[in-house]
Write a protein that binds this ligand. Structure first.
Ligand SMILES: Nc1nc2c([nH]c(=O)n2[C@@H]2O[C@H](COP(=O)(O)OP(=O)(O)OP(=O)(O)O)[C@@H](O)[C@H]2O)c(=O)[nH]1
Ligand SMILES: [Mg+2]
Length: 133
């Protein structure tokens, strides 16, 4: 039987050589680790609409446009995810953890100081290539 895959829209929020990241609540899947804001794509919803909805809910940003970076499938054992990762550099608003979670702007060359879920290793590699770090 094929495993159910959870489809997730993930936003790499970029401004002036920095990314906005959030800390996942301890009680959630991969809790306590840092993440790029985002969440599940609902039935019948486009990835871009999910991205807009999740980033407004989680970090209070209005996404005007985004660009696909990559799609990653990762099996955590307890859960299988498909991350549809987009670079978000066209947005309005001031980013903050709008659901009470910790959130911060981190310089691209300091990303390695933060622990992310295993699926994010590839994302971070790709970001480094893109911004020539
Ligand atoms: N948002 C986000 N999720 C990620 C990342 N990396 C990663 O493996 N995930 C996984 O993707 C899944 C989606 O997550 P989510 O918990 O944000 O979903 P959601 O916002 O819809 O929240 P919910 O769980 O309250 O419904 C989680 O299993 C999470 O562990 C990442 O960088 N950002
Ligand atoms: Mg989320």
């Amino acid at each position: 039987m094929t495993k159910k895959v959870v489809h997730v829209a993930v936003g790499v929020i970029y401004k002036d050589q920095q990314l906005f990241i959030c800390k996942r609540p301890d009680d959630k899947h991969q809790g306590g680790l840092w993440e790029f804001p985002g969440g599940k794509v609902e039935q019948g919803e486009s990835v871009f609409t999910a991205l807009q909805r999740e980033l407004l809910e989680e970090v209070n940003l209005t996404v005007n446009g985004s660009e696909e970076l990559m799609v990653i499938e990762h099996d955590y054992g307890d859960k299988c995810v498909r991350l549809d990762v987009h670079i978000v550099d066209d947005f309005t608003g001031t980013a903050h953890g709008a659901e009470g979670q910790q959130g911060k702007w981190v310089a691209l060359n300091e990303l390695d100081d933060y622990s992310f879920p295993a699926a994010n290793v590839e994302i971070i590699e790709k970001i480094k290539q893109r911004y020539e770090l």
